[in-house]
Ligand binder design. Structure first.
Ligand SMILES: Cc1cc2nc3c(=O)[nH]c(=O)nc-3n(C[C@H](O)[C@H](O)[C@H](O)COP(=O)(O)O)c2cc1C
Ligand code: SF4
Length: 700
């Protein structure tokens, strides 16, 4: 067990005949890593699930497949399980997952009443035509269609057959998602279920009839010893008395135990906050979206910004039930998971995004190597894409079929210029390939713009410093020579006699060329960030973020505070986050953007929440504007509608970046192998930078 500090978490566990080597479960999450053609299990799915199995988790729950076909054209990138023809694919996937004594289930669900981007994949159905519209959600104002009895029976059979096909294909069990706001929940919850037939809310048995028939149907078809895991909502928040109470949650759990469910995956749901119900930290972005006095503190843990939020409900269910295994999820790490199991609050712990970020998380924690874990920093980027392979900002392999770094045939002398995420990643991978790597950076700390980003974002929801600390540790372990605070030019680099140079020096500031842009009331992001970088030599981003709540200086004019009324020029993620930072410090902000797109580069859930918050705080967002002039009184623009307007402000804050090819151009033809990557090539955000570093590092 090496330096394993988490004895409970790595204890084996038995569920009937199913032996799990430890208590860690990779929970189901759509990745869209499957192929869209006839044969679904391609190299991307194999690479990811293979890495997860080898990474040491005890059980993997594979994301939900399509159970009906055709729902959508060939473009649907999910597994299929609608016919016996799919069993071959299932078997291929099971073989990938059964490495290193890893066990596998697959989740089955019917989305139910979801709308918006999911609309085209299936009709919106629920127990009753009840709507739960919320500006934070995937639901629509229009109510969904109610399931007919015939449809209920067809769907029951579809679940049973899908489970049977999984069993035929070698899967160790099945998970039925009766949680979230999916179809079964709309029958179980008194808020959603207004039916008058035998599936209606008149009795507990009626509400549970649909899911009961599915579970007993699977047990009948697959045998009592084929494990069935059910996701349940042990508590439903946000719909008053009609929501599932914790007492009712306990009653539901006991019912599942009685009908032979093997594992209960206990979660909670906040109606109107679909993503906020499973990646709960978003509820705090940019500020907690509920009134603190209304929070249900007995049923949910609100103390850790979303982490372990389901634990109180799961523990209550565990206490009230007899033999059924309790699994719970949400923001766990090895330490909190170990404690929860040791305290008897759950038997198994689900961990999802830490495995996205680093599939070897279990093995590394077991071996006592937490510093080698690529950290999940809760950025939401993995939830950005729909129906195309998802990405992770720290794990550049995620969504590709390249997980292993192969040793290079010939050792090269590699110089990487720039210690941001692209440069550090390229240096790390090149060193893993066996090259002799030197990393130059002109700053005093590594991380490029990440320490600044952390100062602006704050470190409570997204602990960005973990990213550059991880990279720096890895570079040291890999014996990369790091030269900080060095003046960088051609001759310094060429003196190294490199075979390969990777330029990753970051973007240059770029501001609109309008009259007044150099005026005294303009505070350029480069001035603001320049002073930030100076203080980051001595203080942490979290500390500076706090200190700046008291006084925000005008960049170079450090003695002078930024005025009360500001205009931010630039409506992409950088400008929006700067505006958020300033509004949290009492400023009144207007954001102007020349293109038609506001909030570019945000994960959609974050953007939606930030824009709702902006509305509440009176932040005006204007897109499609023409910038005319900065005057002493503010910023003159022409609106999308053609109206000339002066936005009165004390200070104008232009935020802009442009590629930076200077060093790259000057080195062209002088070194055998040369690359320009990351923001200096194409300014974007962290996933693009770490992705570019990964690709180029592998290529060298
Ligand atoms: C991109 C993404 C997709 C998800 N899809 C599903 C899903 O299809 N079914 C499900 O039950 N949970 C889904 N989840 C929830 C996860 O299984 C897990 O409960 C959640 O991420 C909290 O665990 P973590 O904090 O360890 O990531 C998804 C989560 C993410 C980030
Ligand atoms: S994309 Fe962000 S939230 Fe998702 S796993 Fe990676 S680091 Fe975590």
């Amino acid at each position: 067990m090496g330096n394993n500090k988490y004895k409970k978490l790595f204890e084996p566990y038995q569920v009937g005949k199913l032996h799990l080597k430890n208590r860690m479960v990779k929970t189901a999450a759509q990745t869209y890593f499957f192929e869209s053609g006839k044969h679904r299990v391609g190299s991307i799915a194999k690479a990811f699930y293979g890495a997860v199995a080898k990474g040491g988790v005890g059980l993997v729950v594979v994301e939900t497949p399509a159970m009906e076909w055709p729902l959508l054209d060939d473009g649907d990138r999910r597994m299929r399980i609608d016919s016996d023809d799919n069993i071959k694919d299932v078997k291929e996937l099971a073989d990938v997952l059964h490495q290193d004594d890893c066990k596998c289930f697959m989740q089955l669900y019917h989305r139910g009443p979801w709308g918006k981007e999911y609309n085209f994949i299936a009709p919106r159905l629920a127990a009753s035509p009840v709507q739960a519209f919320s500006e934070y959600d995937v639901h629509e104002e229009e109510p969904p269609k109610a399931f007919t009895i015939e449809e209920i029976e067809e769907t029951t059979e579809r679940f049973v057959m899908a489970a049977y096909r999984l069993q035929q294909g070698g899967f160790d069990g099945v998970e039925i998602n009766a949680g979230a706001d999916h179809i079964f929940h709309t029958f179980i919850s008194r808020y959603w279920n207004k039916r008058e037939d035998e599936y209606g809310p008149q009795t507990f048995e009626n509400r549970m009839r649909f899911i009961t028939n599915v579970v007993t149907g699977i047990k009948k078809r697959c045998g009592d010893d084929f494990p069935v895991q059910v996701i349940m909502n042990a508590f439903e928040y946000g719909v008053g008395d009609e929501g599932i109470t914790l007492d009712e949650g306990i009653q539901i759990a006991k019912h599942y135990e009685k009908i032979g469910v093997d594992i209960l995956h206990a979660r909670t749901i906040i109606v109107g906050h679909h993503q906020g119900s499973y990646n709960q930290e978003v509820l705090w972005y940019p500020e907690l979206c509920f009134d603190k006095k209304d929070l249900p503190t007995k049923e949910m843990d609100w103390k850790h910004r979303g982490a372990m939020m389901n634990l109180p409900a799961a523990a209550a269910v565990k206490k009230a039930t007899d033999k059924i295994t309790i699994l719970t999820t949400s923001g766990f790490d090895a330490k909190t998971a170990d404690k929860a199991i040791a305290a008897g609050k759950a038997d198994l712990i689900g961990i999802n995004r830490r495995i996205f970020a680093d599939p070897s998380y279990p093995n590394k924690m077991k071996e006592g190597r937490p510093e080698d874990v690529a950290p999940c920093t809760h950025c939401g980027n993995c939830n950005k894409r729909y129906n195309q392979a998802r990405q992770c900002r720290i794990n550049a392999s995620f969504g590709t079929d390249l997980y292993d770094v192969k040793k290079a045939d010939k050792k090269k002398k590699v110089v990487v210029v720039g210690g941001g995420p692209a440069g550090m990643q390229a240096a790390r991978v090149a060193a893993m390939k066996g090259h002799d790597v030197t990393l130059y950076d002109n700053g005093h700390i590594l991380g490029g713009n990440l320490p600044l980003a952390a100062t602006i974002k704050g470190t409570e929801i997204e602990p960005v410093p973990q990213i550059y600390k991880y990279f720096e540790t890895q570079l040291k372990k890999l014996k990369v020579k790091i030269k900080k605070a060095t003046e960088i030019n051609d001759s310094v680099i060429l003196a190294e006699k490199p075979d390969t140079v990777v330029v990753a020096t970051g973007a240059l500031p770029g501001y609109p060329d309008i009259p007044g842009i150099d005026g005294p009331n303009v505070i350029k992001s480069s001035d603001l960030y320049g002073i930030g970088k100076f203080f980051l030599r001595f203080f942490s981003p979290g500390f500076l973020n706090c200190v700046l709540k008291i006084f925000v200086p005008q960049g170079k004019k450090i003695w002078k505070p930024i005025g009360r009324k500001i205009v931010v020029i630039g409506g992409a993620i950088y400008g929006c986050q700067l505006a958020e930072f300033m509004v949290k410090r009492g400023r009144k902000a207007v954001i102007v953007e020349e293109s038609d797109e506001l909030g570019r580069l945000f994960a959609p859930e974050r953007k939606n929440r930030l824009f709702i918050w902006f509305r509440k705080k009176g932040v005006e967002l204007m897109s499609g504007v023409k910038l005319l002039e900065v005057t002493r009184k503010g910023l003159k623009i022409r609106t999308k509608e053609g109206e000339e307007k002066l936005i009165e402000a004390d200070n104008i804050l232009p935020v802009g970046v442009v590629p930076n090819t200077k060093l790259y151009e000057s080195l062209k033809g002088k070194v055998p192998e040369l690359y320009n990557i990351g923001d200096c090539d194409d300014p974007a955000i962290i996933p693009e930078a770490t992705g570019a570093g990964w690709r180029i590092g592998n290529q060298i």
